[in-house]
Design a protein around this ligand. Sequence first.
Ligand code: HEM
Length: 478
Amino acid sequence: MAKQRLQSAAATLTSRYPSHERPLAVPPPGSGLKPVLGTYGFPVLGHVLSTLADPLEFARERYRKYGPVWWAGGVGFRVASLMGPEALEAAWINKDKAFSSTRGWAPVIGPFFHRGIMLLDFDEHRDHRRIMQQAFTRTALEGYLDLMRPGIARTVTSWPSAQRFSFYPSVKRLLLDQSAEVFVGASIGAESDQLSADFHATVLGGQAIVRADVPGGAWARGLRARERLERYFGSQLPDRRAGDGTDLFSMLCRSRDEDGERFTDADIVNHMIFLLMAAHDTSAIAIAMLVYELGRNREWQDALREEAVAHANDQITLDALADYPVLDAAFKEILRMYAPAGTLFRQAIKDTEVAGHYIPRNTQVAINVYGSMRLEDWWPNPDQFDPGRFLAGADPSAVHRYAFAPFGGGVHKCIGQHFADMNVKTIMHQMLRHFEWSVPDDYRVQLTWGTGPTPADGLPITLRRLYCRGRPSGIERV
Ligand code: HEM
């Protein structure tokens, strides 16, 4: 919290620096394209502190001034930002193959997640995606649900009634244990604790402010942790290839595309490390922010609980999860408000254009998913939690196909979308059947920036256990 206050004070100070508006580059004569306008900001640092302190307001203010494409400075880079569904679509559809994910993501998370599928481009990416797809079929998801249900039930029902229950660290712990069981096929214990610690250090490495291998720093710890993860997965590979496990690691080992192609050992290690990262923080943000908004909006919590209690028992199946319209709408509303993968990166590998703006080769591009789904132009009253936007009869895609796009678009669209949906709903199913919760009326969660807007204060909630007898008699307080 002290860090947040310091960051915000420094942001206010640096934002006052008189930085002159300039074009990112002059468009070729006769092209009819407009220049991308923006400012570098404070010397060297650029606008980094403002984007960390209040990324949403910073982006919306620039959108109001410049429209869907602008640039801003940040630690030596000049980054072009895209906002609004039309600009997002241009980058995702990537029709002239001008945008590289490899080069866009490399400066951000490259050393920790290199050769993860999101960091591959074009034909190579397509070939890997075809193999990986086999680990995300409906049958595979049913296998993961069987593996995750007991752990979720065990952990959620062990949470106590409490006045200030720190929800965010608790759900992170639940997801880390789950990663060990469902992703890696390891049992909970010393081995999974080491895995969790290494995985956590790898993620923090990617978010380090001092981005150099300085002994004792987050970057250095992340690199060493990644090396241990590589050794761990490498040592387990022969058994997983030979076995018949239904965890994600085993599934990746056995996945083949239609031509029988499969991953090399090195590919599997790289993909496993990336998948753990892609799944973990995003799901933790989504669940935490859903619990937060339901704690503030009790009428929606009650509506969701009614729906949860109407299900026969705790043992939810994939089919039953499809029959959860109010929870589905509330989850979508959270993804709209708090995009867990909030900014995506690309680099232009040739001169190109977005929304009539000239983007020269070698430009680093930030796709602002978070800000885009909070624009008044597309979402009336955008900061208001209202699952009704997604309930029967409402169709946000009628406004624009990419107005609601928390899982991205184009060839890199999230491969784990249905996994995330199943996981979040299964956890919420347990929460709603066993607890009610609230936050004080005047409480506003403090947010910091991880993969997207992330609780910085642990998200304290008042948690109260319920006794759930199931359909049709509902719940009792104990
Ligand atoms: C609420 C949860 C999640 C959200 C909001 C989310 C969002 C996203 C987004 C926006 C992308 C596109 C990245 C880009 O274009 O650069 C992406 C990619 C990806 N996600 Fe997710 N994700 C979530 C959960 C998961 C889970 C649970 C998994 C795995 C089990 C997963 C695996 C991946 C992978 C492998 C990619 C890269 C796909 C590719 O490049 O082909 N995600 N995700």
